[in-house]
Design a protein around this ligand. Structure first.
Ligand code: GAR
Length: 210
Protein backbone atom coordinates (compact mmCIF):
# COMPACT_ATOMS: atom_id res chain seq x y z
CA UNK A 1 0.00 0.00 0.00
CA UNK A 2 1.55 3.30 -1.02
CA UNK A 3 0.81 6.57 0.75
CA UNK A 4 0.00 9.48 -1.51
CA UNK A 5 -0.01 13.09 -0.29
CA UNK A 6 -1.66 15.57 -2.65
CA UNK A 7 -0.85 19.29 -2.59
CA UNK A 8 -3.36 21.82 -3.92
CA UNK A 9 -3.81 25.58 -4.00
CA UNK A 10 -7.35 25.97 -5.32
CA UNK A 11 -10.12 24.17 -7.14
CA UNK A 12 -8.54 20.75 -6.82
CA UNK A 13 -10.21 19.09 -9.79
CA UNK A 14 -7.05 17.08 -10.60
CA UNK A 15 -6.83 15.97 -6.96
CA UNK A 16 -10.46 14.88 -7.23
CA UNK A 17 -9.73 12.90 -10.40
CA UNK A 18 -6.83 11.09 -8.69
CA UNK A 19 -8.89 10.35 -5.55
CA UNK A 20 -11.79 8.98 -7.58
CA UNK A 21 -9.54 6.84 -9.79
CA UNK A 22 -7.71 5.41 -6.77
CA UNK A 23 -11.04 4.40 -5.26
CA UNK A 24 -12.80 3.21 -8.39
CA UNK A 25 -9.83 1.28 -9.74
CA UNK A 26 -8.78 -0.17 -6.39
CA UNK A 27 -5.17 1.05 -6.50
CA UNK A 28 -2.74 -0.40 -3.95
CA UNK A 29 -2.56 3.10 -2.47
CA UNK A 30 -4.25 5.36 0.02
CA UNK A 31 -4.66 9.10 -0.21
CA UNK A 32 -2.95 9.85 3.10
CA UNK A 33 -3.63 13.59 3.05
CA UNK A 34 -4.59 16.61 0.98
CA UNK A 35 -2.58 19.68 1.95
CA UNK A 36 -3.10 23.27 0.77
CA UNK A 37 -1.10 26.46 1.06
CA UNK A 38 -4.41 28.38 0.88
CA UNK A 39 -6.93 28.02 3.73
CA UNK A 40 -9.83 28.72 1.33
CA UNK A 41 -8.83 26.20 -1.36
CA UNK A 42 -12.05 24.79 -2.75
CA UNK A 43 -10.58 21.30 -3.07
CA UNK A 44 -10.24 20.96 0.70
CA UNK A 45 -14.04 20.63 0.94
CA UNK A 46 -14.07 17.62 -1.36
CA UNK A 47 -11.27 15.93 0.60
CA UNK A 48 -12.94 16.59 3.96
CA UNK A 49 -16.25 15.26 2.69
CA UNK A 50 -14.44 12.08 1.61
CA UNK A 51 -12.89 11.64 5.07
CA UNK A 52 -9.38 12.29 3.77
CA UNK A 53 -7.12 14.02 6.33
CA UNK A 54 -6.46 17.62 5.32
CA UNK A 55 -3.97 20.23 6.44
CA UNK A 56 -3.25 23.86 5.63
CA UNK A 57 0.20 25.40 5.70
CA UNK A 58 -0.67 29.01 4.83
CA UNK A 59 2.07 30.39 2.63
CA UNK A 60 1.16 33.99 3.41
CA UNK A 61 2.14 33.47 7.04
CA UNK A 62 5.78 32.79 6.15
CA UNK A 63 8.29 35.47 5.32
CA UNK A 64 10.54 33.30 3.15
CA UNK A 65 10.30 30.38 0.75
CA UNK A 66 12.83 28.46 2.82
CA UNK A 67 10.74 28.72 5.99
CA UNK A 68 7.51 27.87 4.21
CA UNK A 69 8.98 24.84 2.43
CA UNK A 70 10.50 23.57 5.69
CA UNK A 71 7.13 23.84 7.47
CA UNK A 72 5.34 22.20 4.55
CA UNK A 73 7.87 19.37 4.42
CA UNK A 74 7.38 18.72 8.12
CA UNK A 75 3.60 18.42 7.68
CA UNK A 76 3.87 16.27 4.54
CA UNK A 77 6.30 13.87 6.22
CA UNK A 78 3.88 13.22 9.09
CA UNK A 79 1.92 11.24 6.50
CA UNK A 80 4.96 9.17 5.44
CA UNK A 81 4.41 9.68 1.71
CA UNK A 82 5.71 7.31 -0.94
CA UNK A 83 4.55 9.87 -3.48
CA UNK A 84 3.78 13.60 -3.38
CA UNK A 85 1.35 14.73 -6.08
CA UNK A 86 1.29 18.42 -6.99
CA UNK A 87 -2.20 19.12 -8.30
CA UNK A 88 -2.51 22.80 -9.10
CA UNK A 89 -0.05 23.62 -6.32
CA UNK A 90 0.94 27.13 -7.36
CA UNK A 91 4.29 27.56 -5.62
CA UNK A 92 7.88 27.77 -6.76
CA UNK A 93 9.72 25.20 -4.65
CA UNK A 94 13.16 25.47 -3.07
CA UNK A 95 15.91 23.14 -4.28
CA UNK A 96 16.19 21.50 -0.87
CA UNK A 97 12.45 20.69 -0.77
CA UNK A 98 12.60 19.26 -4.29
CA UNK A 99 15.69 17.23 -3.41
CA UNK A 100 13.97 15.77 -0.34
CA UNK A 101 11.25 14.30 -2.60
CA UNK A 102 13.49 13.46 -5.56
CA UNK A 103 12.01 10.62 -7.60
CA UNK A 104 8.79 10.65 -5.59
CA UNK A 105 7.11 13.93 -6.51
CA UNK A 106 4.96 14.45 -9.62
CA UNK A 107 3.48 17.62 -11.11
CA UNK A 108 0.92 18.30 -13.81
CA UNK A 109 1.50 21.32 -16.03
CA UNK A 110 -1.01 22.61 -18.58
CA UNK A 111 1.22 22.64 -21.66
CA UNK A 112 3.20 20.29 -23.84
CA UNK A 113 6.50 20.79 -22.01
CA UNK A 114 9.14 21.91 -22.82
CA UNK A 115 6.77 24.42 -24.46
CA UNK A 116 5.33 27.14 -22.21
CA UNK A 117 6.69 26.55 -18.72
CA UNK A 118 5.41 28.91 -15.99
CA UNK A 119 2.09 30.74 -15.94
CA UNK A 120 -0.37 31.76 -18.67
CA UNK A 121 0.16 28.63 -20.73
CA UNK A 122 -3.15 28.78 -22.61
CA UNK A 123 -2.63 32.42 -23.61
CA UNK A 124 0.93 31.60 -24.67
CA UNK A 125 -0.29 28.68 -26.79
CA UNK A 126 -2.89 30.89 -28.52
CA UNK A 127 -0.41 33.70 -29.13
CA UNK A 128 2.17 31.33 -30.55
CA UNK A 129 -0.26 30.07 -33.18
CA UNK A 130 0.36 26.47 -32.12
CA UNK A 131 -1.90 23.89 -33.78
CA UNK A 132 -1.69 21.67 -30.70
CA UNK A 133 -1.65 22.20 -26.96
CA UNK A 134 -1.99 19.89 -23.99
CA UNK A 135 -0.74 18.84 -20.58
CA UNK A 136 2.32 17.11 -19.16
CA UNK A 137 2.92 15.02 -16.05
CA UNK A 138 6.55 15.08 -14.98
CA UNK A 139 8.80 14.29 -12.05
CA UNK A 140 9.67 17.49 -10.21
CA UNK A 141 13.24 18.71 -10.38
CA UNK A 142 14.76 21.96 -9.17
CA UNK A 143 14.27 23.70 -12.53
CA UNK A 144 10.64 24.86 -12.79
CA UNK A 145 8.51 22.68 -15.12
CA UNK A 146 11.53 20.81 -16.49
CA UNK A 147 11.63 17.35 -14.91
CA UNK A 148 11.54 13.96 -16.66
CA UNK A 149 8.23 13.54 -18.51
CA UNK A 150 5.94 10.65 -17.55
CA UNK A 151 3.05 11.30 -19.92
CA UNK A 152 1.46 13.95 -22.12
CA UNK A 153 -2.03 14.53 -23.50
CA UNK A 154 -2.60 16.53 -26.69
CA UNK A 155 -5.57 18.58 -27.83
CA UNK A 156 -6.10 20.59 -31.02
CA UNK A 157 -6.13 24.39 -30.87
CA UNK A 158 -9.25 25.53 -32.76
CA UNK A 159 -9.56 28.70 -34.81
CA UNK A 160 -12.15 30.29 -32.52
CA UNK A 161 -10.53 29.22 -29.23
CA UNK A 162 -10.33 31.59 -26.28
CA UNK A 163 -8.22 30.95 -23.18
CA UNK A 164 -11.37 29.61 -21.52
CA UNK A 165 -12.34 27.13 -24.22
CA UNK A 166 -8.77 25.94 -24.65
CA UNK A 167 -8.12 25.53 -20.93
CA UNK A 168 -11.38 23.59 -20.53
CA UNK A 169 -10.33 21.22 -23.33
CA UNK A 170 -6.92 20.70 -21.73
CA UNK A 171 -8.36 20.27 -18.21
CA UNK A 172 -10.70 17.51 -19.39
CA UNK A 173 -7.60 15.64 -20.63
CA UNK A 174 -5.71 16.32 -17.39
CA UNK A 175 -8.40 14.46 -15.48
CA UNK A 176 -7.54 11.26 -17.35
CA UNK A 177 -3.83 11.88 -17.76
CA UNK A 178 -2.95 12.52 -14.11
CA UNK A 179 -4.68 9.44 -12.65
CA UNK A 180 -3.03 7.36 -15.39
CA UNK A 181 0.44 8.68 -14.51
CA UNK A 182 -0.02 8.39 -10.74
CA UNK A 183 -1.24 4.84 -11.18
CA UNK A 184 1.94 3.97 -13.13
CA UNK A 185 3.98 5.22 -10.16
CA UNK A 186 1.84 3.36 -7.62
CA UNK A 187 2.30 0.15 -9.60
CA UNK A 188 6.10 0.64 -9.60
CA UNK A 189 6.16 0.88 -13.39
CA UNK A 190 8.22 4.07 -13.66
CA UNK A 191 11.98 4.46 -13.55
CA UNK A 192 14.28 7.31 -14.53
CA UNK A 193 17.42 6.71 -16.63
CA UNK A 194 19.64 9.61 -17.71
CA UNK A 195 16.81 12.06 -17.07
CA UNK A 196 14.29 10.08 -19.12
CA UNK A 197 11.32 8.15 -17.78
CA UNK A 198 10.95 4.51 -18.72
CA UNK A 199 7.55 2.86 -18.35
CA UNK A 200 7.39 -0.86 -17.71
CA UNK A 201 4.58 -2.55 -19.57
CA UNK A 202 3.54 -4.63 -16.55
CA UNK A 203 3.93 -4.15 -12.84
CA UNK A 204 6.97 -5.97 -11.40
CA UNK A 205 5.96 -9.44 -10.20
CA UNK A 206 6.49 -8.73 -6.51
CA UNK A 207 4.13 -5.74 -6.51
CA UNK A 208 1.47 -6.90 -8.92
CA UNK A 209 -1.91 -7.28 -7.29
CA UNK A 210 -3.45 -10.71 -6.89
C1 GAR B 1 -4.50 22.66 -13.74
O1 GAR B 1 -4.80 23.05 -15.05
C2 GAR B 1 -3.03 22.36 -13.59
O2 GAR B 1 -2.47 21.76 -14.72
C3 GAR B 1 -2.47 23.74 -13.39
O3 GAR B 1 -3.40 24.41 -12.57
C4 GAR B 1 -4.70 23.84 -12.79
C5 GAR B 1 -5.23 23.40 -11.44
O4 GAR B 1 -6.56 23.00 -11.55
N1 GAR B 1 -1.17 23.70 -12.81
C6 GAR B 1 -0.23 24.59 -13.04
O5 GAR B 1 -0.39 25.55 -13.77
C7 GAR B 1 1.09 24.34 -12.33
N2 GAR B 1 2.11 25.15 -12.88
P1 GAR B 1 -7.19 22.11 -10.40
O6 GAR B 1 -6.92 22.83 -9.08
O7 GAR B 1 -8.67 22.10 -10.71
O8 GAR B 1 -6.56 20.75 -10.46
Amino acid sequence: MKNIVILISGRGSNMEAVVRAAENEGWPARIAAVISNKPQAQGLEFARARGIPTAVVASKEFSSRVEFDAALQEVIDRFAPDLVVLAGFMRILTASFVEHYAGRMLNIHPSLLPLFPGLGTHRQALESGAAEHGATVHFVTAELDHGPVVAQARVPVLADDTEDTLSARVLAEEHTLYPHAVRLFVEDRLSIHDGEVRIMRDAPAETSSI
